[in-house]
Design a protein around this ligand. Structure first.
Ligand code: S3P
Length: 395
């Protein structure tokens, strides 16, 4: 049972936990590099700890020194050892899919599993392209975990045009390409987060990105020498999204969030909130470990409805549930387009978001892959006091 109380104004300065996407990559890529990498600000959530455990099982030496501070002594590219036991990636799709790329290009045998949610998620999207490297996969029906992988002895470089906008799939292909001789080429009609490209460069790989209309072409030169390179993990913009929407919608609020990752392929929510009338002030912009970072200040503001194009989905894919809350407060009807990928996340996030809105008395419709939200326009200071909400059943 969950009880909600009316909030008082939010004020102050906060930091949010380290970026999850970057944390996984820091542990993985440092494990493939020669030398010792120091990581600061690592997210120490369950998903990232699964990646640390898997990389240890594959031969990297990983030490936890203090909160957020980790050291990784890499096994070197191509130097991973065969794991003695099944690799359990828990709930993490990012860990499982990126690791498939790494395992496909090492001549070792491995078996990967995950929790009940991960075992239901589609893996064919990585298995199908990675099979072209020469690796062999045996999976459950429908390409589900558990999965057995026999990595390629002589990895072939791939040329792949993305059919689903997924940074996880793109990253798996690029990571397999690290061990292939020649150029691995990925065409992305709709660009997705490019942390893999940025961080591989940071570790010394040659990654070339060119624009192709609205999309991009990424070319990775295989068999680079990856060298240890310290990483400071920025605050996760996906975590910052929650206090930002809270501050926008609770009367009298004004907050500042320091050290947030501002990669333009992650900030679709900020663009959308600005279109809704929010003013997000960004200061102290800097680059850390190849990633843009800055401080965000936001205050409560009346919001208006928005029409979010499907092409923006990859840059805010994890933010739709909290955007839906902002839309519920806005005046007018919002349409969030092209949300099919939300159905194959850890849970069906489209259904869960609809249930959340409905439980709070918000009118909504799902039209194909679009979510339509009829905003209440109840905004501070006119907003009626929130009624406590009891959610007795979660879908
Ligand atoms: C991620 C990519 C996205 C995102 C996930 C993290 C990543 O998934 O939803 O939380 O770190 O590459 P998809 O690539 O499946 O869209």
């Amino acid at each position: 049972m969950l009880t909600a109380h009316r909030a008082t104004a939010l004020s102050g300065t906060i930091r949010v936990p380290g970026d999850k996407s970057i944390s996984h990559r820091a542990l993985m890529f440092a494990s493939l590099a020669i030398g010792e990498t120091r990581i600061a600000g690592l997210l120490e959530g369950e998903d990232v700890l699964r990646t640390a455990a898997a990389m240890r099982a594959l031969g990297a030496r990983i030490t936890h020194d203090a909160p957020g501070a980790w050291r990784v002594s890499g096994a070197g590219l191509g130097g991973l050892r065969e794991p003695e036991d099944v690799l359990d990636m828990g709930n993490s799709g990012t860990a499982a899919r990126l690791l498939c790329g790494i395992l496909a290009s090492h001549p070792i045998f491995s078996v990967m599993t995950g929790d009940a949610s991960l075992r239901r998620r589609p893996m064919a999207r990585v298995i199908t392209p990675l099979t072209e490297t020469g690796a062999r996969f045996a999976a459950r029906a429908g390409g589900r975990l558990p999965l057995a992988i026999e990595g390629a002895r002589d990895t072939l470089p791939l040329e792949h045009r993305m059919t689903v906008a997924s940074a996880q799939v793109k990253s798996a292909i690029l990571l397999a390409g690290l061990n292939a001789r020649g150029i691995t080429r990925v065409e992305e009609p709709v660009p997705t987060r490019d942390h893999t490209e940025n961080m591989l460069r940071h570790f010394g790989a040659h990654v070339r990105v060119t624009r192709d209309g609205d999309g991009t072409v990424i070319e990775l030169t295989g068999q680079p020498i990856l060298r240890a390179a310290d990483v400071t993990v920025p605050g996760d913009p996906s975590s910052a999204a929650f206090p930002i929407v809270a501050a926008l919608t609770v009367p009298g609020s004004r907050i500042r969030i320091e050290g947030v990752g501002l990669n333009p392929l992650r900030t679709g929510l900020f663009t959308t909130l600005r279109e809704m009338g929010a003013s997000l002030a960004i200061t102290g912009e800097r680059t850390e470990g190849g990633e843009p970072v800055g401080d965000i200040e936001v205050a409560a503001a009346p919001l208006r409805a928005v029409d979010v194009p499907a092409a923006r989905a990859p840059s805010m894919i994890d933010e739709y549930p909290v955007l839906a809350v902002a839309c519920a407060h806005a005046s007018g009807t919002s349409r969030l387009r092209g949300l099919s990928e939300l159905r194959v996340k850890e849970s069906d996030r489209l259904a869960a978001t609809a249930a959340l809105l409905a439980a709070n008395g918000i009118e909504l419709e799902i039209d194909g892959d679009d979510l339509i939200i009829h905003g209440t326009g109840q905004h501070p200071p006119e907003a009626a006091p929130c009624k406590p909400t009891w959610i007795t059943a979660w879908p």
